[in-house]
Design a protein around this ligand. Sequence first.
Ligand code: FAD
Length: 470
Amino acid sequence: MYKKITPEIAARLEKIVGPRNIYYNDQEKMEPYSHDEIFERGYSSMPEAVLKPVTAEEISRIMQLANEEMIPVTPRGAGSGLSGGAVPVFGGIVLSLERMNKILEIDKDNLVVVVEPGVITNDINRALQAEGLFYAGYPMSLESCFIGGNVAENAGGARAVKYGVTGRYVCGLEIVLPTGEIINAGGKRLKDVTGYDLLHLMVGSEGTLGIFSKITLRILPLPGASVSLFVPFKDIKTAVKTAPLVMIETGIVPAAMELMDQKSIEMSTRLLKEKVPCQDEAGSFLLLEIDGSPEQVEHEYNAVADHFLKYEALDVYVANTPSVKERFWSVRRGISDALKAYYPGNIAEDIVVPPATIPQLIEEVERLSREHNLESTSFGHLGDGNIHVHLLPNKEITLEQWYKATTSVLEKLYKTANSLGGTLSGEHGIGHKRKKYMPFFMSEKEISLMKKIKGVFDPNNILNPGKIFD
Ligand SMILES: Cc1cc2nc3c(=O)[nH]c(=O)nc-3n(C[C@H](O)[C@H](O)[C@H](O)COP(=O)(O)OP(=O)(O)OC[C@H]3O[C@@H](n4cnc5c(N)ncnc54)[C@H](O)[C@@H]3O)c2cc1C
């Protein structure tokens, strides 16, 4: 159904982006664009060409050509995704946004920042900090992922518990459609009910409906102070039962409330050659951030610490200097890399459930791991109910046993998540990896409505085909 990129088509593409910004017939240079950061094997696929446009007009011309010639196009940010979203499963063009990396405007009067899609997420905050402002998005990959990828995945992260996910801050998008037209949704305004909400249809569309070439984000005044709390517990059950109560009993919403079990801490500290307090006695750990005015933070962190001590925390460690805070947060951010290093091929899940049901979810993970004789680890965004369960391969198990056991565990886990009111992915997206599980969570009618929306935007199905659904 799709056409191959012939030398003649490659020459036309080269005319659009210039000879330095196309890789064609160069397997070595194209290899990094054949995969994302999925831990499991079997989710890579080589592109036929990689293009690096630098303007919306160049993207538009590429899309017009690809649409006429029936060539699939896969948009790509930094490739830090965990669902295979940026992998060109049908070959064709990988359209990398890496050169579109400018912060175009910091508009203090309207409290918005206008950026290109290839800006590294944390670079936005570095630029804003000098102006006493901040952008609330905080995915754990913030030092490598691009803001365009965050919008396409509606990325979450540690601060979603207080600040919400990426979509809450996206107020304007310039979008190149699969057919090549350029449209604008939203702008610098914070409210807009003029017709259907095309802006937020695009957020989380995983590069299947359009390519973002310019992004306007809402920003906030930088909180005057922040403190991190590191709280060890004897076991994971005590931590997950106690954590949701903190907001009800103290009336305080932490900016972040992260969970790390024993295994995830052990792996990350080993990789980083670090050690955290109570590492040998504790069975799980919470990492919180409290932010606000200096007086408010002082009052709130004391109240939160008292709460946890009342509910059997082994201790509460207060980190109030940038370097000590960074030590704890780098351990949290290092977990994924450590699991990838020590358990290659592990299966990483992204289940989200209503926060109060996390104890049941964790109980089921432990029960299923025991039943199937599998090692597992659970960590993640406890405050918003989004837990990353990883199933870990071990040497005693054959490939066939591993495949059988993990298939069964995942199906049972999804059933549990569904029965708790949860769903398949909280922030990593469906992409290529999870599409087979969509029918577990969505009705035929719901999936068919999504497919019809895709058809309206992309009649020839050339933009990121094979993602979310077949
Ligand atoms: C160590 C680690 C920690 C992580 N922690 C978090 C976390 O806390 N929270 C979280 O949400 N995610 C997390 N992730 C996953 C990943 O970083 C996010 O999904 C991120 O948003 C992907 O951004 P990217 O630029 O790397 O996108 P890519 O992986 O390149 O692409 C992701 C998807 O976006 C599409 N896309 C990219 N750019 C555009 C564009 N300009 N227009 C249209 N579509 C586009 C692609 O086609 C693809 O479908 C983590 C990943 C790693 C490796």
